[in-house]
Design a protein around this ligand. Structure first.
Ligand SMILES: [Fe+2]
Ligand SMILES: [Fe+2]
Length: 160
């Protein structure tokens, strides 16, 4: 099973609108879009990368504002610091990738590294943060957090 299939299968086990289901579904979309960038060329690759960058920016912005205040309590400050640092680094890499020609070897190399970093970051959230939200927040609280997350995501320019 691919990582995105596993994310979707895990999301399907949770109530609709549960914040962890929303997060897992977005992780699956991010993984799909990483594959699209890798497997496309020219203008299509440029469009796919622009869409991926927009999705990631909105996803991480909403995580920082809505999820981290929760996981600071449920997973601890060290976990929050590690995830925020990974996201800050990813922001820098996206800014760098945006300056490169998507058809260049430089882009290919740096995008491959970026893909691994994004995937590792998502895995860390899925293992160190999400289970603690499920264990320490009620279904009602998680539903409300899902709504807050999607509102923050939309405010940050997210469209899916
Ligand atoms: Fe994140
Ligand atoms: Fe995430």
């Amino acid at each position: 099973m691919s990582d995105q299939d596993k994310d979707r299968a895990d999301a399907a086990k949770l109530p609709e609108g549960d914040v962890v289901a929303v997060l897992l579904t977005q992780h699956a979309t991010v993984r799909d879009m990483l594959d699209q960038v890798k497997n496309s060329t020219g203008d299509q690759r440029q469009q796919a990368f622009t869409a991926l960058a927009g999705l990631l920016t909105a996803h991480e912005t909403a995580e920082r504002s809505v999820i981290r205040p929760v996981t600071e309590q449920t997973a601890g400050a060290a976990v929050v610091e590690a995830r925020n640092a990974e996201e800050a680094h990813a922001d820098e890499v996206v800014a760098k990738l945006k300056t490169l020609d998507v058809t260049s070897g430089d882009f290919e190399t740096q995008f491959a590294e970026f893909t691994q970093a994004v995937s590792d970051h998502a895995e860390a959230e899925e293992h160190e943060e999400f289970p603690t939200i499920i264990a320490n927040r009620s279904e009602e609280e998680r539903h409300a957090l899902g709504h807050q997350f999607l509102t923050a995501f939309a405010e940050a320019g997210g469209t899916r």
